[in-house]
Design a protein around this ligand. Structure first.
Ligand code: CU
Length: 234
């Protein structure tokens, strides 16, 4: 039984490692840093609490079957201070880590190297590159592809033409609502070329599940070529 338990624990630990996201964008790297600190803090707290529970259960087990009543005490001021102050310090520390990271991830560079207007509609997405007059529009059967240049900062201007959707690229560790009448602006600075799946992450109706798309990160040269090709086709 212990062998099976160890195997299970190892499997869970390894799966956890495999699930750790990679930093596909510069912004994702910042979020990943926050995530690593949170998971470490959670692991330390878990080890401490679980360890104390196990230790207390063993150290203070009922040794004499005749004992029916445990020792009683009503208060312990140092202990109560400790379990109030330590969590406050932990929460304060997590806030101190989160706040600058969120500010960084939400900030936009001006002027951006590229701008894309992303519009969610029932049941797909439209990507417009205003400078190059290029528009890519998907359908519920044919998901669109957002093409981005690697190493450059692209400003995303996210909106919706009907109901609330959410634009989510899991590898970018960033999700934002697409709200009618509001333009949400943020930056992506992709660091690695590749194809990343994305989807609508806000239930928006019958064909919500069809609102997928892909993000293809390419070299700046290939991006320029792609813009040219699609500009003439449009
Ligand atoms: Cu949607």
């Amino acid at each position: 039984m212990p062998v099976r338990f160890v195997a299970l624990a190892a499997a869970v630990a390894l799966t956890g490692c495999a699930a750790i996201p990679h930093d596909a964008t510069q912004q994702a790297g910042v979020m990943q840093g926050v995530w690593a600190i949170f998971i470490t803090a959670a692991a330390v707290v878990y080890a401490l609490v679980a360890g104390l529970i196990v230790w207390a259960a063993i150290a203070y087990r009922r040794r004499d079957p005749a004992t029916v009543q445990g020792a009683g005490f009503s208060q312990n001021v140092p202990l109560e201070l400790a379990w109030t102050v330590i969590p406050l310090i932990v929460v304060g520390g997590l806030f101190a880590v989160t706040y600058p990271a969120e500010r960084h991830v939400e900030s936009v560079v001006t002027p951006p190297a590229e701008t894309v207007q992303v519009t969610g509609f029932r049941w797909s997405w439209r990507f417009t590159y205003p400078r190059a007059h290029v528009t890519v529009e998907g359908t519920s059967d044919k998901p669109p592809e957002l093409v981005l240049p690697v190493g450059r900062t692209t400003e995303i201007r996210l909106a919706s033409s009907d109901v609330i959707h959410a634009f989510w690229v899991p590898a970018f560790l960033f999700k934002r609502d697409a709200i009618p009448g509001i333009v949400n602006v943020y930056d992506y600075t992709p660091l690695r070329e590749g194809v990343y799946p994305g989807r609508c992450a806000e239930y928006c109706g019958t064909y919500h599940a069809h609102m997928s798309f892909t993000v293809r990160v390419v070299s700046p040269e290939e991006f320029a070529r792609w813009l040219r090709d699609h500009g003439t086709a449009a």
